[in-house]
Design a protein around this ligand. Structure first.
Ligand code: NOJ
Length: 758
């Protein structure tokens, strides 16, 4: 079996029919293996010195390490280092691993970790873009490619997926997650874990996943990174924890705790999260790593008196491994000696770390043979990246069928700072992705057009923050000569990701002016936007005839975009997050509460005569200047074809609590092109002991239909998953009346009602 086939088999997920059979066959072997692992851990633990135990709990960063290579080797030899971060030079990894296994007293291998977030060398769309595919299989495939490339260098562990839900696009890290919805986020989190790990962590090409950042990090106040988080426990459990629980259920080997505090307790010292929820309730048996220096930062938080206190609180809370800051290495021995902490806490932590090292097969196959892996950026990987990028693009506007363009459109003007840029397509955390590997839109467009099509390229602004408008004249001249104009604008990679928060969500530099000037030529204007977050670009969209929102699409940005621009494939992405009209409207998300004064229709300032009288304004929950609606709702995205929804049917409008609600709808492709549609199913619990959101996504399906084709799309919804957490932390499903919608976005759909009875 060639590697790629073998690989596909590893990514294979058995159907529900096959599962029970597989379980019956594999469970005894699995249980045996697990028992053997625990016995081997017992043996190791009984022979370990305190220093060696602390070593297992210590992770160092290879890149900025001041010590020489020799002292690093010596530390590994002495068993003082359990994990190394950011070392992926295959010969170095293998040499360090050889020393750990052959020359350290107990032969315990090191676990090598890195941020392989949306690809290793073949870069896929940023996670937020991947979320826009609404395609768990695609997310799984992307993670599989990333893991295969990463594993070939000797890496065993990625700090991904980031499953932090986010309702605030000011937060730069929204780029790294799967958007605003707990259900979509949970499905994609599980898919990524399966993709990185396969069903067997010890398989060649499998790496350990790390669901991060536990927890609530995406809820930082004001969307400012590292900031305070205040979340009532029921909201935390309803909204922010499900994607973590789903990662744990999918078998995530590790979790990373977050930088933030929640309700006054930093995550690195949060026993409620790490013990009560993670270990006691969810039965997680992998290990928890801190975030970068997040243990030491508990002193800055004002939660710990000093680094010693921080080490103590982190161990007591259940942080097994410390990333970088070294408080464990500096203080654990003294803390044990003084009796401040019991050595059994260290034993538990080391057990969990060793368990994952065993499951990864590191004791048996510590070193990597690169020849056992396919080439990086193989044609197969690049094709997957292209498909993923294609599915991630969301078409926000397409006036009068402006898109797709014919490949024989006489003259095309290609304008803008990102049209021929290869770096910015890669996005934040692009690991070993290289600018020179990336295909720019301009190159792909040139390759895609017919021989008679003329391309006039004008970069106009040298980068997205360029304010110099002196080259506008040439751009306008190009537009005047063109039949259609493609304008590539957006955010640079460096404006999203960790610590890259923004108070304004507008386009930077003179990009907006450029779009306005181009639109004045009267030519059809197609905007292509790169961004790591939703941008508030309503004005720019008004100036355009068509808009493709491409996030940061990765290595295959150009070919994927060209496929869509020239209609080889229809756009099919849907927004995984609500787009605000302006930053002042944040937080704005689809699954909000109704309030006692829901808006019935906005009376905004521009509708009023000067000197408005108070009584002409409704006393409702909205903004006087922009109303209540977002720029685009969650789940929205256009296609080159049209889909019609009909015959919504609920098998029985009364369902017993715990039973299945069977709902279906007919979806028909009423346009002229074969295309994918993402069919979305939402519910609303009309009255609860706690108020419930106006809509909650409960299921979705990506389907493909030929022109004229119709399909009955059915959902079996488990009423057990229609509940929520009460104020005393208990999960409840309350009998009563519900609404159900099936449709193309969170703001549309056919509606039916049903009742859950006892
Ligand atoms: C800090 C980031 O918060 C985390 O996501 C990342 O995995 C670590 N640094 C390691 O680079």
């Amino acid at each position: 079996m060639c590697f790629s086939c073998e690989n596909m088999m590893r990514g294979f997920r058995p159907s529900w029919v096959v599962w029970p059979l597989l379980l019956v066959c594999l469970l005894p072997a699995f249980a045996d293996n697990e028992a053997r692992i625990e016995t081997r851990i017992d043996a190791l633990l009984s022979g370990m010195t305190l220093e060696e135990k602390i070593g297992q709990m210590h992770q160092i960063n290879a890149i900025y390490r001041p010590e020489s290579a020799d002292s690093l080797k010596e530390a590994v030899r002495k068993g003082h280092i359990g994990s190394i971060l950011n070392e992926d030079r295959p010969d170095h990894v293998n040499e360090l691993q050889r020393i750990a296994v052959e020359e350290s007293r107990l032969g315990i291998p090191v676990i090598f970790g890195m941020d392989v977030i949306h690809g290793y060398r073949t870069i896929f769309p940023i996670p937020l873009g991947q979320a826009a595919t609404w395609n768990p299989e695609m997310v799984q495939k992307a993670a599989r490619v990333a893991a295969t490339e990463a594993a070939s260098t000797g890496l065993n562990w990625t700090f991904a997926p980031m499953v932090d839900l986010c309702r605030d696009p000011r937060w730069g890290r929204i780029a790294e997650g799967y958007g605003e919805d707990p259900f979509l986020g949970s499905c994609l989190a599980a898919a990524a874990v399966h993709g990185f790990q396969t069903h067997d962590l010890s398989a060649n090409g499998a790496i350990a996943a790390c669901a991060k950042h536990f927890a609530g990090y995406g809820a930082v106040e004001g969307g400012r990174d590292y900031n305070t988080v205040i979340l009532p426990e029921n909201v935390l459990r309803d909204v922010w924890l499900p994607a973590f629980q789903s990662s744990v259920k999918a078998g995530a080997a590790t979790l990373m705790c977050s930088f933030n505090e929640i309700n006054g307790v930093p995550s690195s010292g949060n026993a409620f999260l790490l013990k009560e929820v993670l270990r006691d309730e969810w039965k997680f048996d992998g290990f928890v790593v801190s975030d970068w220096a997040s243990i030491a930062e508990m002193v800055e938080h004002g939660f710990c008196a000093d680094r010693r206190d921080a080490a103590k609180k982190a161990v007591q809370a259940g942080v097994d491994m410390e990333m970088v800051s070294g408080t464990y290495q500096d203080h654990l021995a003294a803390l044990v000696a003084s009796g401040d902490i019991d050595v059994s806490l260290l034993d538990e932590a080391v057990r969990r770390i060793l368990r994952i090292k065993f499951r990864l097969g590191l004791f048996d196959h510590p070193c990597r043979d690169r020849s056992a892996f396919p080439e990086q950026m193989s044609p197969e990987f690049l094709e997957t990246a292209r498909q993923c990028a294609r599915q991630s693009v969301v078409m926000l506007k397409n006036l009068n069928g402006t898109l797709p363009l014919s490949a024989n459109t006489g003259t095309l003007a290609v304008i803008g700072p990102l049209a021929d840029d290869r770096y910015e397509a890669l996005g934040t955390w692009h690991c070993r992705g290289r600018e020179e590997d990336t295909v720019s839109p301009l190159t792909a467009i040139r390759n895609a057009v017919g021989p008679d099509t003329k391309i006039i390229y004008e970069q106009t602004l040298s980068h997205p923050r360029d304010r110099n408008i002196k080259r506008f004249i040439k751009a306008i001249q190009a537009c005047d000569r063109a039949d259609a104009v493609l304008v590539f604008v957006g955010e640079e990679s460096a404006l999203s990701g960790e610590s890259r928060c923004r108070a304004f969500l507008t386009l930077t530099g003179a990009q907006s002016e450029l779009i306005e000037r181009v639109s004045q030529t009267g030519k059809p204007v197609i905007l292509v936007v790169y961004a790591g977050r939703p941008l508030a670009i309503g004005r720019e969209i008004d100036h355009a005839d068509a808009v493709l929102y491409a996030w940061h699409p990765g290595t295959m940005a150009g070919p994927a975009l060209a496929d869509l621009i020239f209609g080889t494939e229809s756009p099919s992405g849907k927004l995984p997050v609500t787009f605000p009209q302006t930053a002042g409207q944040i937080p704005v998300y689809y699954n909000h509460k109704n309030t006692g004064r829901p808006p019935s229709g906005d009376v905004t300032l521009d509708m009023l005569q000067p000197g408005p009288r108070r009584q002409r304004l409704p006393f409702e929950s909205y903004y006087l200047d922009i109303g209540h609606k977002p720029l685009f709702p969650f789940g929205f995205g256009l296609s080159y074809t049209t889909f019609e929804y009909a015959n919504l049917n609920i098998e029985s409008n009364t369902v017993k609590n715990g039973g299945l609600l069977k709902a279906s709808v007919d979806v028909r492709n009423t346009g002229h092109m074969e295309a994918d549609e993402i069919v979305q199913c939402y519910i609303r619990d009309l009255a609860g002991s706690l108020t419930r959101p106006v809509r909650e996504l409960k299921a979705f399906k990506r389907i493909r239909l030929k022109p004229g084709e119709s399909r009955n799309v059915a959902f079996n919804l488990d009423t057990a998953e229609m509940g929520f957490y009460s104020l005393n932390g208990r999960y409840v499903v309350e009998p009563g009346d519900f609404q159900l919608w099936i449709g193309p976005s969170s703001a549309e759909g056919m509606m039916e009602t049903f009742r859950i009875i006892r």
